[in-house]
Design a protein around this ligand. Sequence first.
Ligand code: G3P
Length: 219
Amino acid sequence: MKFFIDTANLAQIKEAHDLGVLDGVTTNPSLMAKEGISGQENVINHYKAICEITDGDVSAEVIATTYDEIVAEGLELAKLHEKIVVKVPMIKDGVKAIKFFTSKGIRTNCTLIFSPGQALLAAKAGATYVSPFIGRLDDVSTDGLTLIEDIRTIFDNYGYTTEILAASVRHPMHIINCAKLGADVITAPLSAITGLLKHPLTDNGLAQFLADHAKAAGK
Ligand code: G3P
């Protein structure tokens, strides 16, 4: 399973990269705003800076919501760096734009997926990734993981190569459950990724090993 980090924070992207487990980065307009990035030049420079840190794909989301504008914005984003994947919202004009980008060999990530039917449409349009938002479904008392399971079944039934990029991941158990269900990729905040490291028995065991070693060495 691939690990993407869901942030526009350069320090956190670097930390995940340095851990050696990072396969890519996803951003969205809210995450860019959180870092105070605005204005075309700053946005472009920030995407380029992210691409310099990571070895993998970097999802850059369009702001446009009409076909012509999505295509124009997506073409500009795709030109920035070979790692850029154009992130397009799951709306009618977005699906049409994904079909266009696919025909031009430009990779896409269809975002704001909340139903299996939306994922199926995006896959038919040729999306490289679909991003089902599991945490936001959990927030409204709907099981986000069931969506991952349903999309996995549908894609496998028909051999769609579109990758399931589980998004809106909030904690380590989301990652574990997505892995069990066969999501191709998870995108998560750094805290959820590093949360996988933690177990009290590991901490206790290590403390014991070090204490026994010190005792044997007469310290
Ligand atoms: O990047 C899209 C998605 O991961 C957002 O997550 O936590 O804002 O629901 P969240």
